[in-house]
Design a protein around this ligand. Structure first.
Ligand code: BEZ
Length: 211
């Protein structure tokens, strides 16, 4: 069965461009992202990896460690990273797993045989400090992901892990949020003494806490 939200993510040992890694130990008490790439020296992956390298300070600021995966040998990663720097203007600055034996991609269900027997799909796993899966995305090989959107979801996950709120459609940092329906008005008055806007009894809008 595939990995589901709330599951503890599988631990593994892998060879990466930053040396051998034991995944749970590497995560430590940080948030983490593990994301797969169909194959080295492919165009969409090249653009994605350059963009994640550009955004690395944003992941760091949120205490999120980033690890990529490609089902190629380690000695093929270095030359590809040179290409990425040359074409995208950013050198890959996070570990990439060389998953030539597909151990990790099989463990995480990143190979979807009806899409391709040999390449991974574009998976993203966002993992909490408790090592449980908080969010997963699956894109086909031909569609590049939007890593600004992944940062946005991390902002939502980190906010909603700390406060009794949920984030509405298209939410961005600083926008109003929703008081979770499980919080009674009485309990909400204690959490949000400045009050809220009631659109419906189940739809109560409040300024983003902590800002
Ligand atoms: C790519 O990463 O560019 C790619 C990989 C497989 C199919 C199409 C595009």
């Amino acid at each position: 069965m595939s990995l589901q939200l709330g599951d503890t993510v599988p631990d593994f040992e892998a060879t990466t461009t930053h040396g051998p890694v034991r995944f749970h130990e590497w995560l430590g008490s940080s948030w983490g992202i593990l994301f797969s790439h169909p194959k080295n020296f492919t165009p969409v992956c090249t653009t994605e990896l350059g963009d994640v390298a550009r955004l690395k300070p944003e992941f760091d600021r949120r205490n999120v460690k980033v690890m990529g995966l490609s089902v190629d040998e380690i000695d093929r990663h270095g030359a590809w990273e040179d290409d990425i720097e040359q074409t995208q203007g950013h050198r890959v600055n996070f570990p990439m797993i060389a998953d030539a034996d597909r151990k990790v991609s099989s463990l995480y269900g990143m190979i979807h045989p009806n899409a391709s027997d040999t390449m991974t799909v574009r998976s993203v796993f966002v993992i909490g400090p408790d090592r449980r899966l908080k969010l997963s995305l699956t894109y086909p090989a031909s569609t590049g992901r939007n890593f600004d959107e992944i940062l946005r979801t991390i902002d939502s996950l980190q906010l909603t892990a700390e406060h009794s709120v949920a984030t509405p459609v298209n939410w961005q940092q600083g926008d109003e949020v929703i008081i979770v329906p499980s919080l009674s008005d009485e309990a909400a008055r204690e959490r949000f003494p400045e009050g809220w806007r009631t659109l419906k009894p189940y739809l109560r809008m409040v300024p983003q806490p902590g800002r």
